[in-house]
Design a protein around this ligand. Structure first.
Ligand SMILES: [Zn+2]
Length: 330
């Protein structure tokens, strides 16, 4: 963390030396910027995450992050980390705010999974439910998962999870609130014999290398290390949202992107819904009925979108009468 002294001196120099240098420095300032978040952290075993000797999750996450940072930097991607030691324990809000402070294009939180019965295995990526935060996260996530499966892990897919205040996972919720697309990579289950055999044999370096390849492929698909991602409006958090859940954030983009392939993992479809002159979204159901929804109502419908683990339930297939009920119109 801290000020990029090179950049600051570059800006001062460019101001003195004139327009040409300003332009060349400007390209650098707008280059792809990624913040890696090694999950958990804290003194001793506090904030350790999962512990399965000799692995302690916070240390494994940090080890992957450090190696990944080197690989991304070697590919020309500006890379920062939310923590650089295992004793640091920034809050999830601080991690997201840090990503915003360095104008990050992506916040990538690195984790290792575990389950009570030790019977779960495979890699998964979690992303935001909202508009372009979803599409960016889904695209980045699939790219990373395709590399992790190359190591022998099975892919559990890119997923979203709904909580009482929008996205269930804090780092994703706070990331979107800062306007930074955020994903969680759960590399594998440290407590599962099959996943563990791969981790033991190949080491954290292999995980970092797979992440790097997936991230670099994604970055190349959106213009390369010299380009930054178009920024989206931050998702507004509903403060103090409680109980009955499914609280809407601000309306983002009336686009729904969902997996439609077998197992929910292959093809994806993007549909942009028309709007009327007042900015309300016009939806036509398969029966030909039309419904008109304010951005707030539409967002409430999107936030009711729960991941089922099956080919996703596409909002396009919903009847207007059901959508009206879901957003309290009837
Ligand atoms: Zn974790």
């Amino acid at each position: 963390m801290g000020i990029d002294k090179k950049l600051v001196s570059g800006i001062i120099r460019s101001t003195i030396l004139g327009l040409f240098l300003t332009l060349s420095i400007g390209v650098k300032a707008n280059a792809m910027t990624i913040v890696l978040d090694p999950g958990h952290g804290g003194y001793g075993t506090s904030g350790a995450g999962a512990i399965y000797p000799p692995y302690m999750e916070k240390s494994v996450n940090l080890s992957i992050a450090s190696q990944l940072k080197s690989e991304l930097e070697a590919a020309g991607i500006k890379t920062y980390m939310t923590r650089t030691s295992d004793s640091e324990a920034p809050s999830l809000e601080q991690r997201a705010a840090y990503a915003k402070s360095v104008n990050a294009d992506l916040l990538i939180s690195l984790h290792m999974n575990s389950s009570g019965a030790h019977d779960k295995f495979g890699s998964e990526v979690w992303t935001s439910m909202y508009g372009s935060y979803y599409s960016t996260g889904a695209s980045l996530g699939s790219s990373v998962l395709s590399q992790l499966t190359g190591l022998g892990f099975s892919s559990k897919g890119v997923k979203t999870k709904l909580g009482n205040s929008g996205d269930y996972y804090g780092i994703i919720r706070y990331g979107a609130a800062q306007g930074v697309p955020t994903v969680i990579i759960e590399h594998c289950f440290m407590d599962n014999a099959y996943d563990r055999s791969i981790l033991d044999a190949k080491g954290t370096g292999a995980l970092a290398h797979a992440d790097a390849a997936g991230i670099i492929n994604f970055v190349n698909s959106v213009g390369g290390a010299g380009a930054s991602l178009p920024k989206s409006s931050p998702v507004v958090l509903a403060e103090g949202a409680t109980s009955t859940g499914n609280t809407a954030g601000a309306a983002v983009n009336p686009t729904v992107k969902a997996n439609t392939g077998a197992g929910g993992s292959s093809a994806s479809v993007s549909v942009t819904f028309p709007k009327d002159a007042a900015g309300n979204i016009i939806y036509t159901d398969p029966q030909g009925n039309k419904g008109t929804y304010t951005p707030a109502q539409w967002n409430q419908l999107l936030s009711n979108w729960t991941y089922t683990g099956k080919p996703e339930y596409f909002i396009r297939q919903q009847r207007v009468s059901d959508l009206d009920k879901m957003c309290g119109k009837s």
